[in-house]
Design a protein around this ligand. Structure first.
Ligand code: PGA
Length: 234
């Protein structure tokens, strides 16, 4: 599974043009998911790629100016949503508690959560990576039954690797994925790696036993580059 995270890039027209270019370049569209900005969702509705959002509000509706609800996303053709992305956590102050509320809301509304987690450079250097991941998992998944848990996807994205050109080595990523796998206690949750993934790193990463795909930011914006990643991975 390869998920493109477009972040705050592409208008609806740009998204539609991207799909036209990408489609003939990929050997399969199965397993290719795109997390698009809210304002580009309409242009991607109806396929061929599985459509997702990058954030959603944890409440049903009401006085939450500027926010978007699960119901609105469903009506826009969304089937999955990134939750707890490091940019949401670090730039917009999302706590583990807020992430947990969003995960529960997504599940209750039938949107598949892609829970993102990962340590910062300071945390890595302090040797507390596993502690941080454990906290994000425990708090982010609090109160979920095993049946609910198994509807999730988890993306491990070391914050120091996002947009930096520094990818975690396959061995390093595998070790954390194994830790996540052990902590969640089920093999049914796909585990993705994210952080500066590109066409030269994808293959080694997905060859690791507990890395089942990737969350791709910068390299998902160009159809040629994104297609190379997809064709190597799927
Ligand atoms: P990147 O972003 O591939 O540009 O590092 C990944 C992400 O933030 O999901």
């Amino acid at each position: 599974m390869i998920i493109g995270n477009w972040k705050m890039c592409k208008t609806g027209d740009e998204a539609a043009a991207f799909v036209e270019k990408l489609r003939p370049l990929v050997k399969t569209t199965e397993g290719v998911w795109i997390a698009a900005p809210f304002t580009a969702l309409h242009a991607l509705k109806g396929g061929p790629f599985k459509l997702g959002a990058q954030n959603m509000n944890e409440h049903d509706e009401g006085a939450f100016t500027g926010e978007v609800s699960a119901k609105m996303l469903l009506a826009s053709g969304v089937t999955f949503c990134l939750l707890g992305h490091s940019e949401r956590r670090h730039l917009f102050g999302e706590t583990d508690q807020v992430v947990n509320a969003k995960v529960k809301q997504a599940l209750s509304q039938g949107i598949q959560p892609v829970l993102c987690l990962g340590e910062t450079l300071n945390e890595k250097e302090a040797g507390i990576t596993e502690e941080v991941i454990l906290r994000q998992l425990k708090e982010g998944l609090k109160g979920l039954s095993m049946a609910e848990l198994e509807k999730l996807i988890i993306a491990y994205e070391p914050v120091w690797a996002i947009g930096s050109g520094l990818t975690a080595s396959p061995e390093m990523a595998q070790a954390i994925h194994q830790f996540i796998r052990k902590t969640v206690g089920t093999r049914k949750i796909p585990l993705l790696y994210g952080g500066s993934v590109n066409a030269s790193t994808i293959q080694q990463l997905i060859n690791e036993p507990d890395i089942e795909g990737a969350l791709v930011g910068g390299a998902s914006l160009d159809p040629q580059t994104f297609s190379e990643i997809i064709n190597l991975a799927l």
